[in-house]
Ligand binder design. Structure first.
Ligand code: ASP
Length: 340
């Protein structure tokens, strides 16, 4: 990460909040070919720097004393645990230096819910950490990035956002990391929080939080040291139960894992089940084999979040993150060992 710079000095009366903006790429930093600038068609994600994004959000410096740093500039489809750790490390360092000041992360929309939830697990609730994104690239007509960034900075500087865990701000709404998901591939209002709904709404006069989290979200990893950047991560794969799911893919994974040709070896399987988490009998037979071999098997509903239990409210990709973090934090050596 570059040293954070401050080129957006405070303007206007009164003490302003202090906010760090970390750029990671995404459509919000996307650029389209010259002929398609207005429509944004054929754009490339992760091109513009976070300094350029801030410059394109007029008035944002009226709301906070800004520092910024570029962590990477990627399409978030290519994100991975290394990015979660870099972000968690940057936020922990910022909190040590700047106390209660908030942090905004610009991110691609595709895997925003994964980075947001991983950070929610890796950080104490503390000062606000707000991820934001855009569905249209920077120069498209009615680009949503500048407004989302503006709103995210306001939420990050709002004491009412303290202690709520990692948040996502998009399209005038504030979502909790544990609830939010990208629910449409292209619409401007792509993000939603399912039946729970957003935590709050952003209007001209600021943010109105309309609900609390139903229960304190569990953050089993927040007070522990972060794994090293090169720590071995366990393999946790997603498989789906569907008409004709015969379990052969699970058997192939198990065989390769036992033979040592699959590296790292298989640590867990998150199974997208039908209905409330039912599984085709042939796939179930293969999963039983996996469980006997020591693989952690967790079934989640394929049509919505888990209800009740330790994964209450989480979707499949977030349950996968929990299994990954358990594997990497608890015992990297066990994670390497894979199935017996
Ligand atoms: N592919 C882009 C990304 O996730 C999509 C977006 O940002 O909206 O980086």
């Amino acid at each position: 990460m570059q040293d954070p710079r401050s080129e957006f000095p405070a303007a206007g009366p009164g003490p302003l909040s202090h906010v760090l903006v970390l750029g990671t790429g995404g459509t919000i930093a996307g650029v389209a070919p010259a002929a398609n600038t207005a429509t944004g068609a054929g754009y490339t994600a992760g091109v513009l720097g976070v300094d350029q994004l801030l410059a394109s959000a007029p008035g944002v410096q009226q709301h906070a004393r800004l520092e910024f740093a570029q962590l990477c500039n990627i399409d978030s489809k290519d994100a991975g645990p290394g990015l979660w750790l870099d972000l968690a490390r940057a936020v922990r360092a910022w909190r040590e230096r700047a106390g209660t000041a908030g942090c905004v992360i610009t991110h691609g929309s595709d895997t925003l819910e994964e980075s947001a939830y991983a950070l929610d697990c890796l950080l104490e609730p503390g000062s606000p950490v707000v991820l934001t994104a855009a569905m249209l690239p920077a120069a498209a007509l009615s680009a949503d990035g500048p407004r989302n960034l503006f709103d995210a900075v306001r939420v990050a500087g709002d004491p009412a956002a303290d202690g709520r865990g990692v948040l996502c701000v998009a399209h005038g709404r504030v979502h909790a990391a544990c609830d939010v998901s990208k629910q449409h591939p292209a619409r401007i209002d792509a993000f939603g929080s399912g039946e729970r709904g957003p935590l709050g709404f952003i209007g001209a006069s600021g943010t109105r939080f309309t609900r609390e989290q139903p229960q304190a979200a569990r953050r089993p990893f927040a007070s522990r040291p972060l794994p090293a950047r090169d720590a071995p991560w366990p393999r946790v794969e997603l498989v789906c139960s569907h008409a004709g799911a015969d379990g052969e893919m699970v058997r192939a994974l198990l065989a390769a894992s036992s033979a040592g040709t699959l590296r790292p070896r298989l640590h867990g399987l998150v199974v997208l089940g039908t209905g409330s988490g039912t599984v085709h009998e042939q796939l179930q037979a293969a999963l039983d084999q996996a469980a006997e071999a020591g693989v952690r098997v967790q079934v989640v509903p394929r049509n919505g979040p888990c209800e009740g239990g330790e994964f209450d409210g989480l979707n499949a990709v977030k349950v996968r993150i929990r299994l990954l973090l358990e594997g990497v934090q608890a015992s990297p050596r066990d994670a390497q060992a894979g199935p017996r």
